[in-house]
Ligand binder design. Structure first.
Ligand code: GRE
Ligand code: ZN
Length: 259
């Protein structure tokens, strides 16, 4: 059994009780649970255009590939001001490119980008915020196959330098807004959790309705570039299928900004 994703996750609640608890993510967006809310405004992104003289650290943490963001990046138009912390991806494998965490009417997308922010009005840093009910805001971008995407390539071109766990590389700053879909006004909004242990129910989710396209080659690079294991491990473990299954969503609603 693979330690990540659908196989590994059955064992999570024993060690991490929140993983078996309430407000868990991801979920399937299907029509019975969706409710239009006219108050959902497009988010505003401040400081997202990071100069190339600044650098982001990209790291293979053994579960995903994660890029630390600049504390000068933040979002407005949520209940609080949220400051950027990191982004990371979830994906499938080369034979089954169905690695998104959230699904729409039961359908997976190829992969999913998460941009994690913390409530910087109430908490001093992401560690203090991550277990608080109003602690985090995560933007989720669904990825599907299409033309080559030069903006995602600004991250993907560094994968060769983070093949193994704990490897890291510096990435020149760029406009992180370019990773988002053109339409920022249409999204799903609900209260959920981290999708990895300890699964704290602390995340205000914004999942954009419109997927972003990356090429077949770029997706394959994501699905095959990395290992969960360190470079000297005698039993290398490919980093694939690092998505969690959709969770029960009883008695809850997802608010949508579109009809
Ligand atoms: C994750 O590890 O996948 C994760 C975080 C923080 C927020 C959401 C999330 O680390 O999915
Ligand atoms: Zn995630």
């Amino acid at each position: 059994n693979h330690p990540l994703g659908p196989d590994g996750e059955k064992a999570w609640p024993k060690k991490y009780p929140f993983c078996g608890g309430v407000f868990q993510s991801p979920i399937d967006f299907h029509k019975d649970i969706l409710q239009y809310d006219s108050n959902l405004l497009p988010l505003e992104f401040i400081g997202y255009n990071v100069p190339s003289t600044d650098q982001f650290t990209l790291i293979n943490n053994g579960h995903s590939v994660k890029m630390y963001l600049s504390p000068t990046m933040y979002i407005r138009n949520l209940p609080f001001e949220y400051t950027a912390s990191q982004l990371h991806l979830h994906w499938g494998n080369r034979n089954k490119s169905e690695g998104s965490e959230h699904t729409v009417s039961g359908k997976h997308f190829a992969a999913e980008l998460h941009i994690v922010h913390y409530n910087s009005e109430k908490y001093p840093d992401v560690t203090a915020a991550m277990d608080k009910s109003d602690g985090l805001a995560v933007l989720a971008i669904l990825l599907e196959i299409g033309p080559f995407n030069p903006f995602y390539e600004k991250i993907f071109r560094h994968f060769r330098n983070v093949k193994y766990k704990d490897q890291m590389v510096q990435v020149p700053g760029f406009n992180v807004r370019e990773l988002l879909p053109d339409r920022l006004d249409e999204y799903y909004r609900y209260e959920g959790s981290l999708t990895t242990p300890p699964c704290y129910p602390s995340v205000l989710w914004t999942v954009f309705r419109h997927p972003v396209k990356i090429s077949q080659d770029q997706l394959l690079a994501l699905e095959t570039a990395m290992y969960c294991t360190e470079s000297d491990d005698p039993e290398p473990l490919e980093m694939v299928d690092n998505f969690r299954n959709v969770q029960e969503f009883h008695e809850r609603l997802v608010f949508i900004s579109f009809r």
